[in-house]
Design a protein around this ligand. Sequence first.
Ligand SMILES: *Cc1c(COP(=O)(O)O)cnc(C)c1O
Length: 368
Amino acid sequence: MTRLSITVDHGAITRNVERLQEHAPTAQVMAVVKADAYGHGLVESGAAAREGGATWLGVAQPDEALALRAAGDTGRLLCWLYGPELPARGLIRAGVDLSASSLEVLDTIVAAARMSGEVARVHVAIDTGLSREGVRPEALPALIDAALAADDAVVVVGAWSHLAWADRPGDPTIDRQAAVFRDALAVIEARGIALEVRHLANSAATLTRPDLHFDLVRPGIAVYGLPPVPDADGGDWGLTPAMRVTASLALVKDVPAGEGVSYGHEYTTPRDTRLGLVTAGYSDGIFRSAGGGRGPVAIGGRRHVIAGRVCMDQVVLDLGPDATERPGDEVVLIGADGPSAREWAEAAGTIDYEIVCRFGGLKEKHPA
Ligand SMILES: *Cc1c(COP(=O)(O)O)cnc(C)c1O
């Protein structure tokens, strides 16, 4: 029996990319489809993003890039997360642009390109202050010189970095990182390299910092319709959430006031009421931290919260004394007619990125 149903509206992804392109009219859009497109399905989401005008796709892992190529994607594609063990030959042969964060990685790319007689397209990653991937600015000249010395095997087509606090507009780290990035671009260009694409902006910077769009923006979460920050009206920038998560009501029963509900009796019925049982729990991906009156759901447009603890395969709702819900009713965990991923994030003490990755990762387990 299907306990959770996870469906993705890929048309929404297409429309969201169109919206993002409108917000960044002078830049190309790279839709970030790492982590199975944030749980939305790598290949289908990549195709939907292309349809919306994404001239680039971005992934972290080499196998994600190869999976896109195997599925027939032929557009520009950047892959950025690996050590010197990366399968560079296969990626170069597949026409995947590669990020270089270190001399070791560049060496691997150069050796692989020479072996296959091809020229690899490289984007230099610069650590402008996130202290994650990328070469530190002081080590940048040596990396560029190494790339130039291997110009039979690699061509530097891009330079990029990633922001630490883009989702806190006005944070001083944003301008500081942008300044370090501009200095790094000057170092690269002073060596005679004509960069095809300079890129820095994630979703939040795409929406809030037009001055940081450069040649290419790299939105991820917004592609899936989840706004990283509210717009000026407290709204959603015209984005549409693509993921819907539902379960069904298995049992409805009346209980008197004062009954303990679920393990540990953390919830006690405050009045005579009607309880509803939903057959999905933490083994199905529902965050256990969302118990205790936090995790939100909607049934027929009426909102409820999880009463008491989230169990392994079930949760209980207090539907109230006047409840008209019936066994078999659809319970919406995330959807246009129910809670948002952000509400679930607040309930579970996390971010909406983790919510969609988690629920999306359950698609195989719970085919729609
Ligand atoms: C994940 C990621 C993005 C997209 O970030 P969002 O906040 O989801 O827009 C962009 N660039 C890099 C390097 C990333 O790792």
